[in-house]
Design a protein around this ligand. Structure first.
Ligand code: M6R
Length: 618
């Protein structure tokens, strides 16, 4: 995790660094710092807390200069405090470094350096980089970095400067993202594109093992063998306004409301007549025809999308599908090989466990398809084929639009695969038609919650009061069946991530095998009871909860009259769609419910405690 940035050019650097860091705060936000090089001196300012603390400090006492590096931290080694914050420097402040990643052999390196007389100030692994580069420095920073990274085991994206080299920043990467931005008379380094999009749209993705040498507007790149290489420059199509709040109070709310458009764009781009086209998917049709099973691997919300993908793919392709969390898959000697198509799902494309799972699958002979949001991310580049979700930048830590975009792609992929294999079912005729209706239905759901009579805000307010009245002791249970079961998990995850209220998702049929013991007047039970083959069974579950004094929020289909006969406490309605397509709609009010509850508590919704958007460490 952590976000890094570097700039060399003619502009005042502190402002550029702080602005860039504000766009990287989603990667970590427990402390932040910058280092500026001017007049052969490196000056460092770093502060515990959100970026605003550093920003205020710099307003009081500015640091001037035209070359600098910056960092926003998500602590791995050492508690968040001023000393552990980056940048780190060697004892003489000759070298300053920012680092994203984990140095696995830092203890060993630290001991060696200590024996040589280097004093360490922090508890971080990253500080060794500063001393190591200093130790290897013989008048050329690029050479010192090249030598230093040979000694490092682990993951890193770094930016380093030396006081004797006034216009120069050296970057390097291994398993942590790094991009170069090329402007007029200026160059940038950053963990992610939004950090530099105010200044340039010309971007170069740095490969694993590469070293980047930036001097003014000149960018030279060397591969892991030290050979000078050319990497393609890419023009970024999206705008910085897409990475801003656009009038919404939080990114999360903005991203929830963007979902109809994201879905609309996905279907418009991918559905051509009666067919589905993925122009970037390079896995050969022959391979897709030959696969015997599919493994979907992902983490967190993307894992929940994968679980839904199992229902969709099995129904439409009749190929057996299993789903695993990346961290389990990678360590359990998984049974995959040439006959398995491994589908990895990741918004960021940088999740360490998912990347490792992808490599594991490839090493066992499987073809890997990535469903990714971030263009040019490590997962997208290492997979054999990729389908981009094109949902635009997702900034809020709690994933929303990326989830529905992943679902949309999984529907389309199921259709595509069935077509390629020539086993499309009769009911497929309406498949694409139904998909194309979803954006308007999602829009219809959202419209109701843009008014003063927002029932979800009301429910959230009532829950908040209820919670406080019970000395902060209440929780949520989410129950569903079949294709909506993963939504029960996702609804619960959204709530716990941003409101810190304990929440669990369960298949409703499992209720009698344990969770029913929780039911008294305490947990609020969200029951997804939309029109479905198992609808009557969901109604029975609701009756069982009510009979035990439980409090039920039912998600039902518009026009459902049966639910009126049961005295549910709250009712949320979604438009009528065939059961298979309902997950994309059902999740929308669940995301909003989580949002409004967190808002009632007054929490920092976009940056919940202990979390980071991109989990680049395992
Ligand atoms: O970038 P990825 O999709 O690989 O991230 C996976 C999870 O870290 C992510 O979905 C996480 O669970 C979100 N915070 C959920 O809202």
């Amino acid at each position: 995790m952590c976000g890094i940035i570097g700039y060399t050019g003619k502009k005042e650097v502190s402002k550029i660094l702080v602005k860039g860091l504000s766009r990287l705060e989603y990667r970590g936000y427990d402390s932040a710092g910058i280092a500026v090089l001017a007049k052969e001196k490196i000056r460092i300012r770093k502060k515990k807390g959100k970026l605003s603390v550093l920003r205020d400090d710099l307003k009081r006492v500015p640091i001037e200069g035209h070359v600098g590096i910056g960092h926003t931290r998500w602590a791995t080694h050492g508690v968040p405090n001023d000393v552990n914050a980056h940048p780190h420097a060697d004892g003489e402040h000759s070298v300053a470094v920012v680092h994203n990643g984990i140095i696995e052999n830092y203890r060993e390196i630290k001991e060696n350096l200590k024996k040589k007389g280097y004093d360490f100030l922090s508890d971080t692994d990253s500080e060794v980089f500063a001393h190591l580069i200093s130790d290897n420095y013989n008048g050329d920073l690029c050479e010192a970095v090249k030598t230093s990274i040979k000694e490092i085991k682990g993951s890193y994206a770094i930016a380093a400067m030396h006081k004797n080299e006034p216009d120069r920043i050296i970057g390097a990467r291994m398993d942590s993202p790094l991009v170069v931005g090329v402007g007029e008379d200026e160059t940038f380094l950053a963990s992610d594109i939004p950090a530099i999009l105010d200044y340039t749209k010309d971007v170069i993705y740095i490969e694993n093992g590469d070293i980047v040498d930036l001097s003014g507007n000149v960018c030279s790149i060397y591969d892991s063998d030290g050979q000078k290489v050319e990497r393609d420059m890419v023009k970024i199509k999206w705008d910085i306004s897409q990475a801003e709040k656009g009038g919404y109070k939080h990114f999360m709310l903005k991203e929830i409301f963007e979902q109809p458009k994201v879905l609309h764009d996905i279907f418009k781009e991918r559905i051509i007549g009666d067919s589905v086209a993925f122009e970037e998917l390079v896995i050969d049709e022959g391979v897709l025809k030959g696969i015997k099973n599919i493994a979907i691997i992902a983490c967190g919300t993307a894992y929940h999308a994968g679980l839904t993908g199992k229902y969709i793919l099995e129904k439409h392709t009749r190929i057996p599908v299993w789903v695993d969390t990346s961290s389990e898959f990678r360590y359990r000697d998984p049974l995959v090989g040439e006959n398995t198509l491994v589908v990895v799902v990741s918004q960021s494309g940088e999740t360490a466990d998912t990347l490792a799972a992808l490599r594991e699958a490839k090493s066992r002979g499987s073809k890997v398809l990535a469903i990714c949001n971030v263009l040019g991310s490590s997962i997208a580049r290492e997979a054999d084929g990729v389908i981009y979700t094109h949902a635009g930048p997702e900034i809020a830590v709690a994933s929303t639009k990326a989830y529905t975009a992943q679902l949309a792609i999984l529907y389309l992929f199921a259709y595509y695969l069935a077509e390629v294999r020539g086993d499309s079912q009769e009911h497929d005729k309406n498949f694409l038609k139904e998909l194309k209706k979803l954006p308007a239905s999602a829009e219809k759901i959202l419209r109701q919650y843009h008014t003063d009579e927002n029932i979800l805000e009301k429910y959230a307010g009532e829950f908040h009061e209820y919670y406080l009245a019970r000395n902060n002791k209440s929780c949520f249970l989410y129950l569903a069946r079949n294709v909506n079961y993963p939504n029960a998990l996702e609804g619960a995850l959204k709530l716990k991530e941003i409101s810190y209220v304990s929440a669990e998702g369960y298949p409703a049929g499992e209720m009698k095998h344990g969770p029913i013991a929780l039911i008294d007047e305490n947990p609020w039970v969200v029951c997804i009871a939309v029109e479905a083959d198992t609808y009557e069974k969901m109604l029975s579950n609701i009756q069982e909860i009510k009979a035990r004094g439980g409090l039920v929020i039912a998600i039902t289909t518009e026009g459902d009259t049966e639910i009126k006969g049961i005295d549910v406490n709250y009712n949320i309605r979604v438009p009528r769609v065939p059961e298979m397509f309902s997950p994309i709609l059902v999740i929308v009010p669940l995301q909003l419910l989580a949002y409004f509850i967190a808002a009632e508590f007054g929490y920092d919704i976009d940056q919940p405690r202990n979390l980071a958007k991109s989990v680049t460490v395992e």
